[in-house]
Design a protein around this ligand. Structure first.
Ligand code: BGC
Length: 276
């Protein structure tokens, strides 16, 4: 499958690129437009279609990450996007406008998939929690590399408030905090999540992960915490990789009993057919 496109829809920008999902790399430029305001489904779908059209003819299926819980292609929550998205069958809307097969998923799930395949979580077994710290807090949980989708852990309540309003990167900016001032709120959040999930590893992503050296050493939490490896490309790369996985899944391995039956029947045919 050539030319997979990944799209990452955020509150301020829509980013896209053609992805080599075997190597986990962008092929060519990452393209971006501002997210239309208001970010109604119609406006976002049209802007995405125009962006994708600019990526050229070598483009196949499309994976799209959206900041909300996604069930069966439908948007279930909209904490940081226009509430008009709730209940919309995003997958059908995008596919109709773009004219290609589209797979829609939660944006953090997309980023997490990329980190597990090609980034900081590569080859890590056990329970891995990927958290993206941006406008909101997105979460993706992996058990032996398998995604448990739609972990909306940015919305647990801490001190009477939605956690992402205290511990996200945008909360830090809004409060004009230094990394040292923000780190205790982030530690408190990570410790609360740890008490619910008990991960073996936490990977922190989002644009702020570029500055991980300034805040990860300040955290006081039980599990090891590392920075994401793919930074702001993870959402695009992971969306494309997941679309590939869903649209062209690897051949299914048959159950051992079926394999044994096939081997026996092949042996019979070979003996009968040898004719000597
Ligand atoms: C949303 C999540 C999303 C995260 C990061 C949260 O507010 O509820 O679905 O993954 O922001 O964009």
């Amino acid at each position: 499958m050539r030319g997979l496109i990944g799209v990452d829809i955020g509150g301020s920008g829509i980013k896209a690129g053609v992805v080599d999902s075997r190597r986990g790399l962008l092929v060519g430029e990452r393209v971006r437009v501002d997210t239309p305001q208001p970010a109604s489904p119609e406006a976002v779908v049209k802007a995405t279609a125009a962006l994708v059209a600019g990526l050229g003819p070598d483009a196949g299926p499309i994976g799209i990450g959206v900041p909300g819980a996604i069930v069966g292609g439908r948007v279930m929550t909209a904490a940081n996007i226009d509430p008009g998205w709730i209940g919309m069958h995003a997958e059908a809307l995008f596919a109709e406008e773009i004219g290609r097969a589209c797979i829609v998923m939660n944006d953090a799930d997309a980023g997490g998939v990329a980190e597990m395949r090609y980034g900081a979580g590569r080859g890590v077994k056990g329970v891995v929690l990927f958290l993206t710290l941006g406008t909101g807090i997105g979460a993706a949980l992996f058990v032996n590399g398998i995604l448990v989708p739609n972990m909306e852990l940015g919305h647990i309540e801490i001190r009477g408030k939605d956690a992402e309003t205290r511990a996200s990167a945008s909360a830090r900016e809004r409060r004009e905090q230094s990394f040292a001032e923000w780190a205790p709120a982030l530690s408190e959040y990570l410790n609360r999540v740890d008490a619910l999930v008990w991960p073996d590893l936490i990977i922190l992503g989002g644009g702020i992960s570029r500055k991980a050296g300034k805040f990860i050493p300040l955290l006081d939490v039980r599990p090891p915490v590392v920075a994401a490896g793919l930074q702001n490309q993870a959402g695009i790369i992971g969306a494309a990789a997941r679309a590939r996985e869903i649209l062209a899944p690897p051949p299914r391995r048959r159950a051992p009993a079926a394999q044994a039956a096939t081997r026996a029947s092949t042996a019979r045919t070979t003996r009968a057919g040898s004719g000597r």
